[in-house]
Design a protein around this ligand. Sequence first.
Ligand SMILES: Nc1ncnc2c1ncn2[C@@H]1O[C@H](COP(=O)(O)OP(=O)(O)O)[C@@H](O)[C@H]1O
Ligand SMILES: [Mg+2]
Length: 484
Amino acid sequence: MARITVDLTHLPEMTNPKFYPLFENQDRYLVLVGGGGSGKSVFAAQKVVRRTIEEKGHRFLVVRKVAKTLRESAFAEVRAIISDWGLMKLFNINKSDLHITCKNGNEILFAGLDDVEKLKSIFKVTNVWIEEASELEISDYRQLDIRLRGQSKWYKQMIFSFNPIYKGHWLEGEFVNIDWTAKRDNCTVNHSTYKNNKFLDPAQTEVLESFKESDPYYYSVYCLGEWGVLGKTVFDAQVVTKRISQLRDKKPLKQGFFIYKYENEKIVDESIQWVEDSGGYIKIFEDVQKGYPYVIGGDTAGEGSDNFTGQVLNNVTAIQAAVLKHQFDEDLYSKQMYCLGKYYNNALEGIETNYSTYPVKELERLGYNRQYTREHVDTFTGALKKSYGFRTDKLTRPLVLANLVQLVREHPGLFNDIETLEEMLTFVRNEKGKPEAQSGKTDDLIIGLAIAHHIRTQQIFHIEAQVEDNDEDDEEPKGGTWYD
Ligand SMILES: Nc1ncnc2c1ncn2[C@@H]1O[C@H](COP(=O)(O)OP(=O)(O)O)[C@@H](O)[C@H]1O
Ligand SMILES: [Mg+2]
């Protein structure tokens, strides 16, 4: 049979730029996630039609959870592309069976997952498009994944199109990182919103934007294209989601960790060096500024979590300057916190002591001289005692958290780390009313941050005038030697 040739010279103009490069994408999992009206479904349909006409030997399966929803959605979209591209003559479209055949022998089949009999009769599938994939259970997806095995001439791909209906959905767990990159090999994640769709009708844009006032959940999911939050969170989910969305295109100023010389059981201060590393466990959003005071709050690994965290605040502005998070052992954590503190002008450090006092003691042993001190009654002698480190208990935990909750609501611009903000979206009240991370989620970044804000009163709030290091005489420094 003659090869089909179709004029697709205008394809770039007929496709949204956010999606166009994905025509060439050959990863097994192509994840199209985002807000409403961003062009996900139209692109998926375009890719299916294009491959159907250009690659002989295909049997596409287009699925949704419920069969009766297919006709008006995916089927209508595929049909519209065939028609828009002037290809009607090449296809046979059976509307009653939702079955499309191409003159080259390729087929596009549509089935709902509730269509058990129909699904059974469909074999040798070479590609799958799952429309509104968030409707599926993870077990549905796994079965489709198994069906898409075996040899074929062309690359096999599963396309998923869906809205991020709630944080913690299995699609997030399986494929999607916090920054909308892919969680695994052989997978591409493409995040889009209505802003990426140049074809969208202005009336639709208006509807999406109007959710801002009327429905915060819809606004997050369908306008901003951010994971929705179900249930009651301790932090204001709408404010947090909006801040996350503002931070999406921003990368940290620096990312990496510290290296240092270790001699005679001490860190050699002059040897401390920042190493840039794109996977590094310290993210810097605002670099150290001369004369500025900083505080660092830290949370240590304990019940239900293996993470150690550090949150650096500029104590003049209260802006989140840097974040450390890693599953260290205590020893390495203490040393990185030492370096981080030195780097940020000898910052005041307040580390949680509930699960372990090791980091606090280790900092002391290393000669770190700026630690938060708490007063408490010595249970043995009854005397008032001062100790290093922060203790979270029935009184202090609600206090530091309430303060942070208010700050987030009133000054979201102080917060720069998406990962910290994401923790806030899964930080909920349990049945007993105690705020804590949802099961499977962590709160170490939140606790570290709450401590950092709390200990600010033990640090100065003003920029310190500094004398040049080489200023050896005792005279009052002149104007030029001061920093402002
Ligand atoms: N490539 C395109 N060409 C023409 N119109 C498009 C294109 N992509 C999107 N559209 C228009 O934008 C609307 C929304 O796109 P759609 O793919 O349904 O969004 P989503 O699936 O992301 O919600 C479509 O109904 C269509 O009118
Ligand atoms: Mg769609």
